[in-house]
Design a protein around this ligand. Structure first.
Ligand SMILES: N[C@@H](CCC(=O)N[C@@H](CS)C(=O)NCC(=O)O)C(=O)O
Length: 204
């Protein structure tokens, strides 16, 4: 199996990279240049009709898109360490947190990137006022997350590093890269961020 991917700062391929490293799986990556629009080539549109990365290609030619679907597939192949939970309660809490991160943090970050950032201005029609309004939306979401983590737990769902932490780390790092300052004044999130960033799967 191999992953059609893209280099940093692309946050979604990075999620799969970290996830596979946590599982000890060496996943060959074929890097597409997003700047050169290789993800919109006929070959890649054949793999994913939405023209996005990551895409996991299996030995039989099946292609799986969507980061969480790819990670779930890898989890089935290699259940240890469990990153989507084992019990019904763990699974539900990890799903809850992954969705919260994608909706509360991921959406405003994506909307700012698409509608206000200079790097995407030539690619899509931007609505700058709407795009800029997402700065405040993200700032409020980060404040909420900071309050949540003030109880001192190590990871988003408790004592274990999970897909929810990977989702949060990658979106927060991307938000920082595009100038949204997500960690400023957020002590509990900053402590969590330092903890997860020091993991070999992330720093290696
Ligand atoms: N929902 C998808 C999002 C994938 C996505 O947005 N990938 C970005 C790279 S991080 C991409 O391919 N962007 C190029 C584009 O949408 O044209 C997932 O979870 O995999």
């Amino acid at each position: 199996m191999k992953l059609y991917s893209a280099n940093m700062p692309a946050p979604n391929p990075r999620r799969v990279r970290i996830f596979a490293a946590e599982k000890g799986i060496a996943l060959p990556e074929i890097m597409l240049s997003l700047v050169e629009r290789e993800h919109r080539s006929a070959d890649h549109l054949h793999r994913n009709s939405l023209g996005q990365v990551p895409v996991l290609e299996l030995e039989d030619g099946t292609t799986i898109s969507e980061t969480i679907a790819i990670c779930r597939y890898i989890e089935e192949l290699q259940p240890d360490p469990p990153m989507f939970g084992r019990s019904a309660k763990e699974k539900a809490l990890i799903d809850m947190w992954t969705r919260r991160i994608d909706i509360q943090l991921g959406e405003p970050t994506k909307m700012f990137w698409r509608h206000a950032h200079p790097a995407t201005a030539a690619l899509i029609e931007q609505h700058k006022v709407f795009g800029e309004s997402n700065r405040d939306v993200l700032a409020r979401a980060m404040q909420w997350l900071n309050t949540e983590l003030e109880d001192g737990r190590s990871f988003l769902t408790g004592d274990s590093f999970t897909i929810a932490d990977i989702a949060a780390l990658t979106v927060i790092d991307f938000a920082a890269l595009i100038g949204l300052d997500p960690l400023v004044g957020k002590k509990s999130v900053t402590d969590w961020h330092a903890r997860v960033s020091s993991r070999p799967s992330v720093s290696g």
